[in-house]
Design a protein around this ligand. Structure first.
Ligand code: GLY
Length: 561
């Protein structure tokens, strides 16, 4: 082939591969919408709204329906965070994060030589934190719900009884994790079977557990027969959670992190999640750059964001932990001045090395597979919830009698300061293990106001990539004027200080951009994350209608009316 032909062929290939995906418009509804990881859950949430329930009633229904339909991450054996904004502008944050059991101690995952014991914080009963989800949904309902809880739980129980159809993606996921299920469980579990697409899995034990909760309330899970069975099960499998741990669990109301970015007001999750703080730090750091004049996902755009992320994740690692246990210099961390200082040494000429980026110096006054759903109701209330059992199917330990997986959230603590966890996040003392402490999270349920009005509800799973996926979705809408579904569809990248690499989804970034980044000295990794995040979001359109952004990377679906 002549040189000229070769050049033309390469150029054509380049054009084909770099072609932007067609803008897609998501589901549009007049009044109300639920976007979640499974159609069944979105539909149950939306039906609750249709019955006259509000966003908080739909939150309870959607959360528990995900526990049935999406055992990969939906749960009653895990925890989560909710951000809400009522139609009158009132905002709030609910923390139903798991916590360390009373018998936990800082070296519990180390051997006699002080080395991390592989797998102990990720698989099986020792990895389990005290679950918060049931407390969370009941707390949200008590304060803000309107329909009787019995009425909200009934369709979820019916779903568990009648069963859920296996999707193609679910078939693949179950198959992938079966060896781990065998490793974690002493007995055979329902997911050991070779489930195929279009099979129906019925969850009778989970239906019974939910029926008991429907009858006896939240205390059934924390103080009743279910609590006894759960504590026994965990201990029989070598864990340390007791009935006392369950009885002591409480969900907590927190003050959300709020900050301004251009004409947007961002409302996001406060510690023990790092989500809101990190998002604020990154957005403060990039605000003064004219991102809208850079091309979307261009060299300069990726550079600015990467460098802001690098600095924010270095701080995350040092300063953040459970606010009930550690002193966090919150005001400074999320201030515009601090962000400016942190970006002082950034240059477009070359990357900053993560070796040269430590946490910022802040004078301290004495003294980390998940799922997300977004809801807007017909009254204008909005709810943004991210909930998790941490890894895919959590600790893989499944209580067959009660019908659910237990989390492996203990891995979100730093087992040994300086050592990376399953997301490669390096933690510090602020996030070391202590009895009853909540482990640091990256979950970033977020609500955005524009000119004082509800604008967007957004969030995603993805461990440490949660924060940066939420960031890019907001920027896609705000800076590049994309619609909700189009913003969700865009390829994503991620940097988290350590390891010093830019993770990129393998499809969607231009070859030229990648080459230029590498030439400047950035290391790119496209092999580790075929997808980054599964964003589920809602955008309020100028005419007041709602556009859903349901991520095609999963089985995610928007339902509403
Ligand atoms: N387990 C993931 C997170 O909380 O960030």
């Amino acid at each position: 082939m002549k040189l000229r032909q070769l050049f033309l062929l390469s150029f054509t290939l380049l054009l084909v591969f770099c072609k932007k995906p067609k803008p897609e418009i998501g589901v549009i509804t007049q009044k109300a919408m639920v976007v979640s990881a499974r159609e069944e859950a979105s539909k149950i949430g939306s039906d609750i709204l249709k019955k006259g329930g509000n966003a908080f009633d739909a939150m309870v229904a959607t959360e528990l329906a995900l526990a049935v339909a999406y055992p990969y991450a939906g749960n009653i054996g895990g925890g989560g965070f909710m951000i809400y904004r009522k139609n009158d502008g009132e905002i709030g944050a609910l923390d139903y994060r798991e916590k360390a059991p009373l018998a936990a101690h800082k070296d519990m995952y180390l051997d006699s030589l002080g080395n991390v014991i592989e797998g102990k914080s990720t698989i099986g009963a020792m990895a389990v934190g005290v679950p918060g989800t049931v407390a969370g949904v009941f707390e949200a309902h008590k304060k803000l719900g309107s329909l009787p809880i019995e009425e909200i739980l009934q369709p979820v129980i019916d779903l568990a009884k009648h069963g859920v159809i296996v999707t193609k993606k679910q078939e693949a996921r179950i198959k992938e994790y079966q060896p781990k299920f065998l490793e974690a469980n002493n007995e055979s579990i329902i997911f050991d079977k070779h489930w195929k697409e279009n099979d129906t899995i019925k969850y009778a034990p989970l239906a019974e557990t939910l029926t008991q909760i429907q009858k006896n309330g939240r205390d059934e899970f924390y103080k009743g027969e279910t609590a006894k069975k759960l504590a026994n099960f965990i201990q029989e499998n070598g864990g340390i959670i007791t009935e006392e741990d369950l009885a002591k669990y409480e969900a907590k109301w927190r003050t959300p992190i709020t900050f301004q970015y251009d004409d947007l007001r961002i409302i996001s999750m406060s510690p023990p999640s790092s989500g809101g703080v990190c998002l604020a730090q990154i957005m403060n750091a990039i605000e003064s750059y004219d991102l809208d004049t850079y091309q979307h996902n261009s060299l300069k755009y990726i550079q600015v964001i990467t460098e802001a992320e690098r600095r924010a994740y270095a701080d995350r690692s040092h300063f953040l932990g459970d606010p009930d246990f550690v002193n966090i210099p919150l005001d400074t961390l999320i201030s515009k001045n601090y962000a400016k200082l942190r970006m002082n040494d950034f240059s477009f000429e070359k990357p900053t090395s993560s070796k040269d980026v430590s946490h910022g110096t802040i004078e301290m006054i004495e003294s980390d597979e998940t799922t997300h759903y977004s809801i807007v109701d017909q009254f204008g209330n909005a709810v943004s919830v991210t909930t998790t059992i941490n890894g895919a199917y959590g600790s893989k330990l499944y209580c067959s009698e009660l019908g659910f997986f237990l989390n492996n959230e203990m891995d979100d603590f730093s087992s040994k300061p300086g050592e990376p966890n399953m997301f490669g996040l390096v933690g510090a003392k602020a996030n070391e293990i202590s009895p009853e402490k909540r482990m640091l999270s990256s979950m970033t349920p977020t609500i955005v106001e524009k000119n004082g009005k509800l604008f967007m509800v957004v969030g995603t799973p993805g461990g440490s990539t949660i924060i940066t996926s939420v960031l890019q979705t907001i920027l896609n809408v705000h800076e590049f004027k994309m619609g909700m579904q189009e913003a969700v569809n865009q390829p994503r990248f991620h940097h988290q200080w350590l390891p010093d690499i830019i993770k990129m989804e393998p499809i969607g970034f231009g070859i030229k951009v990648k080459n230029k980044l590498e030439k400047l000295g950035y290391a790119i990794d496209e092999t580790n994350s075929l997808v980054i995040g599964k964003v589920d979001a809602i955008l309020v359109l100028p005419d007041g209608k709602l556009e859903g952004g349901a991520d095609h990377r999963g089985d995610d679906t928007a339902v509403g009316f």
